[in-house]
Design a protein around this ligand. Structure first.
Ligand SMILES: Nc1ncnc2c1ncn2[C@@H]1O[C@H](COP(=O)(O)OP(=O)(O)OP(=O)(O)O)[C@@H](O)[C@H]1O
Length: 359
């Protein structure tokens, strides 16, 4: 049984229709990340699941129950937003207890749940403080704690870390992952535009663009087998290199040709039957371009060298354009040096130039 099921949903904001019959199935205990650029519809989808907005068509099911017309509080969900929205005059303990008190939960039960949530989030020593006596990271922990005490089967997060500085964001990201592992069967749906958060947290990532799902897959699938040019370009930093060219049958099998550059496609797993002569875009991750003596593409010159600590990004160009190469280790070529690049056809992606779909 799926934990959350979005079935053929359309949302209407007055004259504007969002989602053209969008569907998504989320399994019990899954950590799902909705990833995409601003305006792609992540928050709208999350709010539709939460019941914070009405759907015009379609249904939302949570834990086997059609909740399309249920109030948010009756859906068995808990939400954590970007803004913590804590009550400023209440202590942390009161903030965390408030919802349960309103629901007339017995006092010992409230105390038990608050103590457990506080322990899980390591905020027990802060229970008697007020929000203005806490750091941003601590406030967000309290906001998560307030959601946690509800014992909901489904957690919805809307960019919970985007107000925090980089270091805190990393710390709390790990906390959320640990929390999900400890809670076991709790389903989490998490909205972000941050691809690192998506890659590190998700069991499956849902990549969205212009209110359409582009791809659903594990972080590895999204990274190594992107379904189209948009996903390929959106995920990964530095970005995947894109080289325009065409597929030709050279007698020794299919090859990619782009001016002087040629790549035998022996070993490439085609997702669709390729037609010789087809205009394509070849995608290569910077770490999959190797600088080597006997390589695939000679005649590149090093333009810029960017040391990044653990690895180095090298911008190289030939007459036809420039590519980024990512190498590990400290031995790096110098600007102006001539290099040959090695490409392994099993590590590249091919996309149709017209539709952008993976080939
Ligand atoms: N209340 C509204 N009235 C009209 N259009 C809206 C409303 N809320 C959202 N939209 C539109 O719906 C689309 C999806 O918006 P949504 O907020 O879900 O995107 P998002 O991916 O969450 O973006 P962000 O990361 O900027 O929050 C956008 O085109 C937006 O303009």
């Amino acid at each position: 049984m799926s934990s959350v099921s979005v079935r053929d949903v359309t949302v209407a904001f007055e004259a504007v229709q969002v989602f053209d019959g969008l569907s998504l199935d989320i399994q019990e205990g899954e950590f799902i990340v909705l990833l995409g650029p601003s305006g792609c519809g992540k928050s709208t989808l999350l709010n539709a699941i939460a019941g914070l907005l009405d759907v015009a068509e379609g249904q939302i099911w949570i834990n086997g129950k059609n909740v399309t017309w249920e109030e948010p509080k009756d859906r068995g969900i808990a939400m954590v937003f970007q803004s913590y929205a804590l009550y400023p005059r209440m202590s942390v303990r009161e903030n965390m207890s408030f919802g349960l008190k309103m629901a007339r939960t017995p006092k010992p039960e409230i105390e038990r749940r608050v103590a457990r949530a506080a322990e899980l989030l390591q905020i027990t020593p802060l229970l008697d403080r007020r929000p203005d006596q806490l750091s941003g990271g601590q406030r967000q922990r309290v906001a998560i704690g307030r959601a946690l005490v509800r014992d909901a089967a489904v957690f919805l997060f809307d960019e919970p870390l985007s107000n925090l500085d980089a270091k805190l964001r990393n710390e709390l990201r790990v906390e959320i992952k640990r929390l999900h592992a400890r809670l076991g069967k709790t389903t989490m749906v998490y909205v972000t535009h941050d691809q690192i958060e998506a890659m590190t947290l998700a069991d499956r990532i849902v990549v969205m663009k212009e209110q359409k799902i582009q791809q659903i897959g594990t972080p590895d699938e999204i990274y190594h087998r992107p379904a189209n040019l948009f996903v390929a370009g959106f995920v990964g930093s530095p970005q995947m290199n894109f080289i325009k060219g065409r597929i030709e049958n050279t007698g020794e099998g299919l090859s990619f040709l782009s001016g002087e550059r040629r790549l035998s496609l022996a070993g490439y797993q085609f997702a669709a039957t390729p037609l010789p002569g087809r205009e394509v875009v070849l995608g290569i991750r910077p770490e999959h371009l190797k600088i080597s003596g006997a390589g695939t593409w000679p005649g590149f010159k090093v333009d810029i060298v960017e040391p990044m600590g653990a690895d180095t990004v090298i911008w190289c160009s030939d007459g036809a354009g420039s590519v980024q190469v990512r190498i590990a280790g400290s031995r790096r070529p110098a600007p102006g040096e001539s290099v040959t690049l090695h490409v392994d056809p099993t590590e590249v992606s091919l996309f149709a130039a017209d539709s952008g779909e993976r080939l």
